[in-house]
Write a new protein. Structure first.
Length: 278
C-alpha cells in the first residue's frame, strides 16, 4: 500500500484548484505544506483578491480563466459553488482529458452529472469534506466515478489526508456522511456552547468555562481517536457508581440526549437528500 501511496503522490503532478473560498484555500494550504511545492499548485477564482492573497501567502500560480488552468494541470479540484458548476465546466467541456483527474467537493452534484459535463470519459471523484479541514483536522468521504481507478483514489486520499483524514465510501452513502460529519461540527459546537453556559450557571467565569469545555471535548476526542476503543468503554471508566458523572449521565438519558442527536443526524441526512433532488 505504501508503494502505491508514494506513486500517487508523484503522479498528482500539477494541481489546479477552481474556487479558493474557505474550503478550497484550506485544502491548498494543506497540500502546499505536506505534499507539493507551490510551483506545482495553480488556482483560479472569480474573486481576484482571494487569488492574490494566496499568491502572496504561498507563492502559488494563478490563471485568469478556468480554461487556462485546465489546460495546464494534471489534477483538478472543483471547490467553487455547486450552482456554478455547470457554467464553469461548460467552458472546459472539450479541454478536460481522460489523462487528468477531476475531484469535486460541490455538495449535491452526483458523479453521473459531473461526468456528463465533459466530451470524453473523465476520471471523476466526488468528495464530502467537513469544515474542520480549515484547521487540518477534517474528515473527507471519497467516492469514485465510473472511470476512476485505484491510483486516482490514492491521489485523492493523499490530498485530503493533508488536511485531516479520509475514507472511501459508496456515493449512495454521501447524504448520510453529510448528516453526520458534514453537519456534525455544528452539533458539537452547540454541545460545547451548552457546556460553557452550564459552567457559568454553576459559578464559573465565562472565560474559565470556555477553556474547560473546549479542552474537555478536545481531550475526550483524542482519547477515543488514539485508543480506538468504543466510547462506552471510556464512559464506564470515568463513571463511579452513585458518583457525580453517573448523576449527570442520568439527566442526559432522561432528557433523551441520544434520541435528539439521532434525530438531528437523520434530519440533516434527509435534507441533504432533498437538496440533491431539488
Amino acid at each position: 500500500m505504501s508503494e502505491q501511496f508514494n506513486m500517487s503522490l508523484s503522479t498528482i503532478g500539477r494541481f489546479g484548484v477552481i474556487g479558493v473560498g474557505n474550503m478550497g484555500a484550506a485544502i491548498i494550504r494543506g497540500v502546499a505544506k505536506k505534499l507539493l511545492s507551490s510551483e506545482q499548485i495553480f488556482v483560479t477564482d472569480v474573486d481576484p483578491q482571494k487569488v492574490d492573497e494566496l499568491r502572496t501567502e504561498l507563492g502559488v500560480n494563478a490563471f485568469d480563466t478556468v480554461g487556462q488552468l485546465v489546460g495546464n494541470v494534471d489534477t483538478i479540484l472543483y471547490s467553487a459553488k455547486p450552482n456554478n458548476a455547470a457554467k464553469v465546466f461548460k467552458q472546459a467541456r472539450e479541454l478536460v482529458k481522460p489523462s487528468q483527474l477531476l475531484i469535486s467537493i460541490a455538495a449535491g452534484i452526483p458523479i453521473a452529472q459531473l461526468e456528463s459535463y465533459f466530451a470524453e470519459s473523465i476520471p471523476v471523484i466526488r468528495v464530502m469534506p467537513n469544515i474542520a479541514v480549515t484547521v487540518g483536522s477534517g474528515v473527507a468521504a471519497i467516492s469514485p466515478g465510473s472511470y476512476a481507478d485505484e491510483n486516482h483514489l490514492f491521489k485523492s486520499q493523499a490530498i485530503f489526508n493533508a488536511v485531516g483524514s479520509s475514507l472511501i465510501i459508496e456515493e449512495k452513502q454521501l447524504d448520510a456522511v453529510t448528516g453526520l460529519s458534514g453537519s456534525g461540527p455544528a452539533f458539537v459546537f452547540v454541545f460545547i456552547e451548552a457546556l460553557i453556559d452550564a459552567g457559568v450557571h454553576v459559578g464559573l467565569s465565562r472565560e474559565d468555562a470556555h477553556q474547560l469545555a473546549v479542552q474537555t471535548v478536545l481531550g475526550a476526542t483524542k482519547i477515543i481517536d488514539q485508543n480506538g476503543e468504543h466510547p462506552a468503554v471510556w464512559k464506564s471508566r470515568v463513571t463511579t457508581p452513585a458518583g457525580t458523572t453517573a448523576a449527570g449521565l442520568f439527566e442526559l438519558e432522561r432528557g433523551k440526549f441520544r434520541s435528539i442527536i439521532n434525530a438531528a443526524v437523520i434530519a440533516a441526512t434527509e435534507r441533504a437528500q432533498e437538496l440533491a433532488h431539488a
